[in-house]
Design a binder for this molecule. Structure first.
Ligand SMILES: Cc1ncc(COP(=O)(O)O)c(C=O)c1O
Length: 282
């Protein structure tokens, strides 16, 4: 079975799935997306992804699209692929029209889904740690909406690579630590976890949410507050969270070692918890 796409209710090889050159996603980045991890043949945290998709579409005043239909499409194409550990990508654009900044009143959203084999199984040990650079956040003011407008993220990631680092961390005014190019940032200091609060400047990450909720259940509070790069550099641990990233220890930032320079117990504990959630998903 090849890696598959889903389009207009049909399943086909990815190379045969096409969108129009007048798709508003293509011309204006007028589209939203989700990346979902398939594990043991099932999409992990599917309802949370559907809820966030709905939130993104509402925030941009997209025409209605049935979430039941989206869900059905995801399940259908992921199952047809027979890939146990998959990466499910789904995109919804506002629709097709003759190019004009102003969207037409009645539009039909365009849904496409692809399923590919994941590079690695989500059930694998913690990374020994990677390095990151910091970059000024040059993105727009609504990073809480998951749009395909990812050029600043792609450029920051390229800059990281050029500097021999794995990722880039976006800094807002006054060197506030926001998030990385495709994951959220946590720091640990004296046993306490900190992360940027939910504002229009970061994506409400699902992995971030799973972590905060699991900590709350165990009676540990994650402090959601603004902190600067100085606090990040002086932290005991820094790690990233995301669907594809899972939990990734950052052991060096702008060539400065973090803590012991090795992954810490906070990241390790969260990974264990996340793997347990993936294994026992309902
Ligand atoms: C900018 C950004 N922040 C955070 C995340 C992490 O979100 P999630 O845990 O839902 O994958 C992503 C994921 O794609 C992202 O693109």
């Amino acid at each position: 079975v090849p890696e598959l796409a889903y389009q207009n209710g049909k399943i086909l090889p990815i190379s045969e799935a096409m969108v129009s050159v007048e798709d508003r996603g293509y011309q204006f980045a007028d589209a939203v997306y989700e990346v979902i991890m398939g594990s043991q043949g099932r999409p992990f945290a599917l309802q949370k992804h559907l809820n966030r998709l709905h939130r993104s579409m509402s925030a941009l005043d997209f025409p209605e699209l049935s979430l039941d239909l989206v869900k059905e499409g995801i399940l259908k194409v992921n199952e047809a692929s027979e890939i146990p550990d998959s990466v499910i990508y789904l995109q919804v654009s506002r629709g097709n029209q003759v190019r004009s900044h102003l969207p037409e009143r009645e539009m039909n959203p365009v849904l496409t889904i692809t399923v590919r084999r994941a590079d690695e199984t989500p059930v694998r040990p913690l990374s020994p740690g990677v390095s990151a650079i910091t970059v000024p956040d040059e993105r727009w003011g609504r990073c809480d909406i998951k749009t395909v407008q990812l050029l600043p993220n792609a450029m920051a990631k390229t800059r990281a690579e050029k500097n021999g680092a794995s990722d880039a961390i976006f800094l807002g005014p006054e060197n506030v630590v926001r998030e990385a190019t495709s994951s959220n940032v946590f720091i640990v200091k004296d046993g306490v976890f900190y992360t940027h609060p939910l504002t229009p400047n970061i994506l409400p990450g699902i992995t971030r949410e799973i972590f905060i909720q699991s900590q709350a259940k165990a009676g540990h509070e994650v402090v959601e507050e603004i902190f600067s790069v100085e606090r990040l550099l002086g932290a005991d641990e820094v790690f990233l969270t995301g669907t594809i990233t899972r939990v990734l220890p950052i052991t060096k930032v702008d060539d400065i070692p973090i803590g012991t320079g090795r992954p810490g117990p906070g990241a390790a504990a969260f990974l264990e918890l996340l793997i347990e959630e993936i294994r026992t998903q309902k």
